[in-house]
Ligand binder design. Structure first.
Ligand SMILES: NC(=O)c1ccc[n+]([C@@H]2O[C@H](COP(=O)([O-])OP(=O)(O)OC[C@H]3O[C@@H](n4cnc5c(N)ncnc54)[C@H](O)[C@@H]3O)[C@@H](O)[C@H]2O)c1
Length: 397
């Protein structure tokens, strides 16, 4: 059993609390910090939390607290992490880890120096669909992974601070791109070094200083490419879709909007549909079990099992740091309009990986381009002669 101090009682704090305590769960929130007294009290009431406070350090330092869960706006993550280090409390924090890689690196170094358990709450690599798809990728069902794409777009976040570049640290690249980068990085291999990023970003709709729409490419040392598509200006709900393609296969997943649950209602008596749904009448796409579909249950299970077994969870502050480094390169690229290197002062994966070969041998004199049975029953082979480089065709009967 873990006793948790929750910092922040807003949107994600409540999603986390629903997941932590919503089922017949042994873990319990024992301390809640919120900026305003009325929100702290309300959260304490709703989740039967014995202690509430508007002083962050007090919430963390309580002797009964085993682990601190940071659900605060981005600009407060670092201060909260430093307090966890001071009081030697295990810490799990929501995404993004930092507003940039400099902050993330300071947090990573601080938790490691303090010797405390650290977990990065990247829920979207814990969704049931992702876990299953990732298993297939790891088992080789897709062959060599060439390209992984992740899209997260919605009509924009729900609180003022997200829209202020100073507090948030960026726009949709940081807010949503962090998910996409970790999803695609996981498919390609977290031990493969991301080398450079090309990114387009613009402020197309909202009256803000940050970007509200962006597309980026992340190149990895083995030649694989990750792609993210993010937007705070997409209309129609929350679009969460991933694709991964390898030499032997492809997986497409759709985690929201199209989950196989479609409903029509005139809107009479309608209520909550799903996160960021834009309407509650007409044809709707509810989500069966949002906490599970968004990965929260599997994520906390991994975090607390790992904490109890004294090992690192699947996602640590180190992963959060790598994600911030990639996103920093994306911001530089959006400005320079060219490929920008990913600056990773700390890298714990493989080094010197060479680009995978695209030359599949057919026999001692040829490479295989393609093999196909046509609609008229002929087996065709397209080959490349090793000696001359010439492309030839053979028809086998
Ligand atoms: N899927 C996800 O993993 C996911 C989803 C949403 C948000 N988040 C992350 O969670 C964190 C919090 O986001 P949220 O959506 O819960 O925000 P929110 O605005 O709904 O809640 C923020 C909470 O922090 C408290 N707070 C303390 N000091 C504050 C200050 N100076 N300004 C504003 N709030 C202050 C508020 O009282 C509130 O309880 C962010 O880092 C965000 O990126 C993650």
């Amino acid at each position: 059993m873990q006793k948790i101090a929750m910092l922040g009682s807003g949107f994600i704090g409540r999603f986390y609390a629903d997941s932590l305590q919503g089922y017949r769960n042994k873990d319990k929130i024992v301390s809640i910090y919120s900026r305003r007294e009325e929100s702290a009290k309300k959260f304490a009431e709703d989740y039967a939390v014995d202690f509430w406070t508007t002083d962050m350090e007090v919430a963390i330092a309580r002797p009964e607290v085993d682990v601190v869960c940071i659900s605060l706006p981005n600009h407060l993550h670092e201060a909260a992490v430093m307090l966890c280090c001071k009081h030697k409390k295990a810490v799990i924090t929501t995404k993004p880890l930092g507003r940039n890689a400099t902050e993330a690196k300071r947090m990573l170094e601080a938790v490691e120096q303090a010797g405390i358990f650290n977990g990065y709450l990247e829920d979207l690599v814990y969704t049931p669909k992702f876990i299953k798809a990732h298993e297939s990728v790891k088992n080789g069902a897709l062959g060599r992974i060439l390209w992984a794409k992740s899209r997260e777009t919605h009509p924009g976040p729900h609180s003022d601070w997200f829209w202020d570049i100073e507090q948030a640290g960026g726009g949709c690249i940081l807010d949503l791109g962090c998910h996409c980068v970790e999803i695609t990085r996981s498919y390609i291999g977290k031990d493969i070094r991301p080398v450079e990023v090309m990114c387009w970003a613009d402020t197309q709709v909202k009256p803000i200083d940050a970007e509200d729409h962006s597309i980026g490419l992340v190149k990895y040392e083995n030649g694989a490419i990750g792609q993210f598509e993010v937007s705070w200006t997409f209309r129609g709900g929350l679009d969460l879709r991933d694709e991964v393609m390898g030499t032997e296969g492809t997986i497409w997943t759709n985690s929201f909007l199209r989950t196989g649950f479609e409903m029509f209602t005139t809107g009479k008596g309608a209520d909550y549909v799903a996160e960021k749904a834009e309407s509650n009448s007409g044809w709707l796409f509810p989500v069966g079990d949002e906490l599970n579909e968004l990965g929260y249950n599997h994520m906390f299970m991994d975090m607390f099992n790992s904490l109890e077994q004294g090992k690192a969870p699947k996602e640590t502050f180190y992963d959060g740091y790598v994600v911030n480094c990639i996103l920093d390169a994306a911001y530089r690229s959006a400005k320079s309009k060219s490929w920008e290197p990913v600056q990773l002062d700390i890298w714990r994966g493989k080094t010197g990986v060479s680009k995978d070969s695209h030359l599949t041998a057919y026999d001692k004199d040829h490479y295989l381009v393609k093999e196909e049975v046509t609609h008229y029953g002929a087996k065709k082979l397209i080959l490349k002669e090793k000696a001359t480089g010439k492309i030839i065709e053979r028809i086998l009967n």
